[in-house]
Design a binder for this molecule. Structure first.
Ligand code: PLP
Length: 394
């Protein structure tokens, strides 16, 4: 069996997906576990898909996506990343997930190393294994509000390192990396001759910080920028995202998309075009709702002295819940056992810290993409339960 496949087979199931499977479809559970906007996709976007289905046949199309959609993404890149790019550098893929996977398949091979953030989105770990590469974690630190430890990152680089994955605004920390940090990351990538794969899936969801893209730096010639329709437009199930890549790697990324899905359905691409070229007030309205929910969550945590930082982007919050569980010996808190027990005892689903790497077993992640009522009730019940939690014996 090829090494990448055996590595995938050896990968333990992710605790977040385990919680997801446990509560899937249950409406007696308060869902705070996934980054799933509770808003419907805006009507003008779904209408564009319906119009397309009514008037044109969704045939096979270009692997990299329809030209008009790639142009609209290039225009958006100029608006959000602040960089004018040739639409020929855009490849449309199956969500940010598909764009990241296709990029990694194009950029690395067996034995290469891919630097991934810890805590970080669980997808990176799985995806690095597909081309047979090895994920290597670099730390993000709670004391700085989950910014990367640049010294530790650079120390983790070896002659086999090929790709540095950067995620700002970040999941699960909700950090928006300041300009100086992004610039240093670009410099490190350049110094060590690495590809910088920048996951900017939350780039339009910042609250009180400016989003800075590594693409914007002159030295960022080996930067790839990944985006998605899922988060800002509440289009998770439409499965559409993109990557803006240096011209040299566009052909292999396109080949990877061709090998996986050939092309995205035409009506989905029409919806994406409507999202990018239509009114943008829906994005601002959802962002403001997430901001209000962040305040609700923080207020509830303040009463328990659990606020360690304030997320400035994306829609997640890491909570150091082990601090409340005084009956569990320090260092022994198991976030997965806690999250599973919480579902059983209080009907609340959260993301265990263990889902996001090795560094935060005492934390859980909650999603601010859930309704205000769910947030209030869910956080309240979780904090109550944490106080009485005794670990596995409970
Ligand atoms: N990147 C990050 C950091 C995410 O949190 C997610 C989804 O949660 C994705 C990428 C992929 O999203 P999608 O494939 O829906 O675009």
């Amino acid at each position: 069996m090829p090494s990448s496949h055996s590595a995938l087979a050896a990968l333990p199931s992710n605790p977040l997906f385990r919680i997801g499977a446990l509560v899937h479809g249950r409406n007696d559970v308060l869902h705070l576990e996934f980054g799933e906007p509770d808003f419907p996709t805006p009507a003008h976007i779904t209408q564009a898909a319906a119009d397309s289905l009514a008037s044109e046949q969704p045939t096979y199309g270009p692997n990299a996506g329809m030209r008009w959609l790639r142009e609209a993404i290039a225009t958006r890149t100029a608006r959000v990343q602040g960089v004018a790019v040739d639409p020929a550098r855009v490849v449309v893929a199956g969500g940010g997930t598909g764009a990241l996977t296709a990029s990694l398949l194009a950029l690395c091979g067996p034995g290469d190393e891919v630097l991934i953030p810890d805590p970080g989105w669980p997808g990176y770990n799985m995806m690095a294994l597909l081309p047979g590469a090895r994920p290597v974690r670099y730390p993000l630190l709670p004391a700085s509000g989950w910014l990367p430890d640049l010294e530790a990152l650079e120390a983790a680089i070896t002659p086999r390192t090929r790709v540095l994955i950067v995620n700002s605004p970040s999941n699960p920390g909700g950090a928006v990396f300041p300009r100086a940090v992004i610039e240093q990351l670009v410099t490190i990538a350049e110094r060590h001759d690495l590809w910088l794969l920048s996951d900017e899936c939350y780039d339009e969801l910042t609250f009180d910080a400016e989003h800075v893209s590594p693409l914007a730096f002159e030295s960022g010639r080996r930067v790839l920028t990944v985006g998605t329709f899922s988060k800002a437009y509440a289009m998770t199930g439409w499965r559409m995202g993109w990557v803006v890549a240096p011209s040299a790697v566009v052909p292999p990324i396109t080949t990877a998309v061709a090998a996986k899905i050939n092309n995205l359905p035409l009506f989905v691409q029409r919806a994406g075009y409507a999202a990018l070229t239509g009114p943008q007030e829906c994005v601002a309205a959802m962002r403001e709702a997430y901001r209000a929910r962040r305040e609700i969550a923080l207020d509830m945590l303040r009463a328990s002295e659990l606020v360690e930082y304030i997320p400035s982007g994306a829609f997640y919050l890491l909570i150091h819940v082990a601090r409340l569980a005084r009956s569990v010996p320090p260092g022994a808190f198991d976030s997965t056992a806690f999250a599973e027990a919480l579902v059983g005892a209080r009907g609340v689903a959260v993301g265990p810290g263990a889902a996001f790497g090795e560094s935060i077993p005492g934390y859980v992640r909650i999603s601010l993409a859930s309704s205000e009522t769910t947030l209030r009730q869910g956080i309240g019940a979780m904090l109550d339960y944490a106080r009485e939690y005794r670990g596995e014996a409970s």
